[in-house]
Design a protein around this ligand. Structure first.
Ligand code: NAD
Length: 428
């Protein structure tokens, strides 16, 4: 969301400009890639339950589709802005590109707060969103997905409207559908597992045995829980996790030196990923301040909660033993903090590589829908592992060969692939 003078689209553009310079990109290509190719802004009139008409504002931005149909989530949020959507669409282009899936970048949203809307009113917003865009989105042009405050149910209403308008079944139009209604097995695990697939590869490169490592994690939601599950399966030990406490309106870190037990903590966690603090203490966890997760003397940090969590104010507090950071959240590290990590020679797995498991699995969902043949969970996760492992290898190879930071190497690969595609297509 736009926050004071912080404009996410300007940030996304300046990140792009820096890498474009490193790559010595052609000026035409540069001008094309720093802007969205298409954007739609429209209104959605909805008859509310009390009989009145309310008009909602909707967006869809297709940043670039040179590599394939635009792909990206739709958010329902009262503070949504076009600049946020533009930035997120651009970041989706780089995320799809870095994992080498044949998709471009898109993002959309509606300015609304689902908490204050009935199910029927939400359904009308979803159907209205598709009616306004039915000619501009679709399995071969732009494939939406759920994002903030948007669920599988919303996706199904959107799909149903699209199929009604176009007369047929097009389950590949949208992803994030419930399993059994065109959704893919493995999607729930995909992002968290992806964070660990790339971490496992990084540790191999560094010559560190994962079984001898410890980790501290921020967040205890979908991404964090699945990351913990796979990491502990591979032999690692998580000694601390941090999460938000709704009651006290603050975050706490829960620490157990012998290693947290995922299932016992899951049993006392609410649906927002918040832990019951009293029961955690009863189970022998130490309750520490929210930021303590970052000061743990561990080998690995996994921020998997929110953006801007490792920043100028706290980066110096990172434990001296930390060797690797795998970014599960989007944008957890500010640019100032990133420079400090670079100086400290911490091996950083950047967000748009580390958390690309989700979009990769959405691509698998699309492939399964388009062929009307659904894979077993094991097959989905195997294919995910292969994709994430080769994406890591490509980024690591550029980082070593060009002696650049992992985040810069990931951007260089992602932007270069899209630049080549626009040139081959003759667009610039
Ligand atoms: P979630 O809502 O399931 O969980 C969020 C967790 O963060 C909760 O445990 C919450 O208590 C905790 N949290 C919130 N504020 C906190 C704070 N200040 N300090 C400590 N903990 C805090 O969310 P999720 O789906 O796990 O997503 C986490 C991050 O990963 C987000 O940045 C999201 O954009 C990103 N991401 C998610 C996916 C996905 O597939 N779910 C894909 C790519 C990126």
């Amino acid at each position: 969301m736009k926050n004071g003078s912080y404009n996410p689209f300007e940030v996304a553009q300046s990140q792009f400009d820096n890498v474009a310079e490193l790559l010595d990109l052609d000026n035409g290509v540069k001008s094309l890639l720093r802007e969205p190719m298409r954007e739609y802004q429209f209104v959605i009139p909805v008859r509310m339950d009390d009989g009145s008409i309310k008009v909602f504002k909707g967006f869809r931005v297709q940043h670039n589709d040179a590599l394939g149909p635009a792909k990206g989530g739709n958010r329902f949020h009262p503070l949504e802005t076009i600049d946020t959507v533009r930035a997120l669409a651009m970041w989706m282009t780089w995320k799809c590109s870095v994992v080498d899936i044949p998709l471009g970048g898109g993002k959309g949203g509606v300015i609304c707060d689902p908490h204050n809307l009935s199910q029927r009113e939400q359904e009308q917003i979803c159907r209205g969103w598709v009616r306004q865009l039915s000619k501009n989105v679709g399995p071969w042009s732009d494939v939406p997905a759920p994002d903030v405050m948007v669920s599988g149910q919303h996706m199904l209403w959107m799909l149903d409207e699209f199929e009604t308008i176009h007369g047929g079944h097009f389950p590949g139009f949208i992803t994030g559908k419930p399993v059994g209604m065109g959704g893919s097995l493995g999607r729930t695990e995909a992002t968290g597992y992806g964070v660990i697939y790339v971490l496992r590869e990084a540790l191999k490169v560094l010559g560190i045995d994962i079984k001898k490592t410890t980790a501290s994690i921020q967040g205890f939601g979908n991404v964090a829980q699945h990351a913990i599950q796979l990491y502990t399966q591979l032999g690692g030990k998580v000694t601390a996790i941090s999460c938000w406490d709704q009651e006290d309106n603050t975050a706490y870190t829960y620490r157990k030196k012998t290693g947290i037990v995922l299932n016992e903590l899951k049993a006392i966690t609410d649906k927002f990923g918040g832990i019951d603090k009293q029961r955690a203490c009863d189970l022998g966890y130490e309750k520490l301040p929210g930021e303590a997760w970052l000061e743990e003397e561990v080998d690995i940090l996994i921020p998997a909660a929110l953006e801007n969590q490792i920043n100028r104010g706290n980066v110096k507090k990172i434990g001296s033993s930390v060797k690797v950071i795998s970014e599960g959240a989007n944008g957890p590290t500010t640019p100032e903090a990133d420079s400090v990590l670079k100086e400290r020679n911490i091996f950083v797995l950047p967000d748009f590589l580390a958390n690309a498991g989700g979009v990769t699995c959405s691509y698998f969902e699309q492939v399964q829908c388009n062929t009307n043949y659904f894979w077993e969970k094991e097959e989905v996760l195997d294919k995910l592992d292969t994709k994430m492992t080769s994406a890591f290898a490509a980024v690591n190879e550029v980082a070593r060969r060009k002696k650049v930071y992992m985040r810069d190497a990931a951007y260089m690969i992602a932007i270069n692939r899209v630049a080549e595609a626009v040139q081959l297509r003759g667009w610039a």
